[in-house]
Design a protein around this ligand. Structure first.
Ligand SMILES: C[S@@+](CC[C@H](N)C(=O)[O-])C[C@H]1O[C@@H](n2cnc3c(N)ncnc32)[C@H](O)[C@@H]1O
Length: 294
């Protein structure tokens, strides 16, 4: 089992510039919705876009789901539109909610280059997925690419699922995905840095060495990934923390069941293949229980 240790590296928060230094937070402060570990990874949308540009299977999956539903779609954690933009280009109206101002600004900037009809299909709202209530209902609500892993406590998940209920039509579906927790990934040595190939950082423009360190809190089921950036030029080194709640499949099924969802179906890795223990992403589809009041 990994040894836990206190935080040492400087970290980047929402609104801070790359390379800025700040006081080191304690591990116990991380894994709270809206805190550093839930926002820092989304401060730099150019880096986010570059890092995940080859992740396309989930984009096709959600666009197909959106087309099958006919729309409109509500996307929680819309980010800078990796899924929302292709949905809008496919003719689907999308409402996107996100906490991160930089990610939403990045999506608004991209929209300026889109055709007028595509621009008109995306509506954005900055807010917390546990709180925002719109006066509309949707046949499809989605939360892609681990957005739900930013719900750290049972109450966070319960508030969020109540909001999903509020926005779903009676026959609507909620579809989301999250990384399967693999025990081997949760007991990595927290003192070991796992290096990756150098990158040209899209924001600083500098060749940058990159490594990740993993710290798992087995009681709160929160995994902290410290992403260390070490530019080879003049910029200072910096660390970006990312905290993800680890939801085990049966735990997620129970949360959905006891929070008013039915027809709960799990698939793996954005394909029709049967679930097996090696699956990386779990894709969940469910419907609201009839008459359920959160
Ligand atoms: C991994 S990104 C997914 C972005 C986009 N859907 C995609 O697939 O690329 C997770 C998103 O959830 C947002 N987020 C995290 N906590 C949130 C909260 N409490 N309320 C709303 N959005 C939140 C982040 O700002 C981020 O944009």
């Amino acid at each position: 089992m990994a040894r836990r240790r206190s935080w040492k590296a400087p970290a980047l928060a929402q609104g801070e510039k790359l390379g800025a230094r700040r006081a080191a937070p304690q591990l116990s402060e991380l894994g709270i919705a809206g805190d550093l570990g839930a926002v820092a990874h989304y401060v730099d949308p150019a880096y986010y876009t570059k890092t995940y540009r080859s992740r396309t299977e989930d984009v096709y999956y959600y666009v197909n789901e959106a087309l099958a539903s006919g729309g409109p779609v509500l996307e929680y954690g819309v980010g800078n539109g990796r899924i929302a933009l292709p949905m809008a280009r496919a003719g689907i109206d999308v409402t996107g909610i996100d906490l991160s101002a930089p990610m939403l600004d990045s999506l608004r900037t991209q929209l300026k280059d889109e055709a007028k009809d595509v621009r008109g299909r995306i509506e954005l709202r900055r807010g917390d997925m546990r709180r925002v209530k719109l006066k509309r209902r949707f046949p499809l609500v989605i939360a892609s690419f681990n957005t739900v892993l930013h719900l750290y406590e049972r109450q966070d998940m319960e508030r969020f699922l109540a909001c999903v209920h509020h926005h779903l039509t009676p026959k609507g579906r909620f579809v989301f995905d999250f990384s399967m927790p693999h025990p081997a990934d949760l007991c990595l040595d927290p003192d070991k840095a796992y290096g990756a190939p150098r990158i040209r950082h899209p924001t600083t423009g500098e060749l940058t060495r990159y490594a990740e360190r993993f710290v798992y809190d087995p009681l709160r089921q929160v995994l902290l990934v410290n992403m260390d950036f070490m530019p080879e030029g003049k910029s200072p080194s910096f660390t970006v923390p990312l905290t993800h709640r680890q939801y085990f499949p049966a735990e997620m099924e129970a949360l959905l069941h006891y929070n008013g969802f039915r027809d709960i179906d799990f698939r793996g890795d954005f394909s029709d293949k049967a679930l097996d223990e090696d699956v990386e992403s779990l894709i969940v589809s469910c419907r609201p229980q009839r008459g359920y009041r959160p």
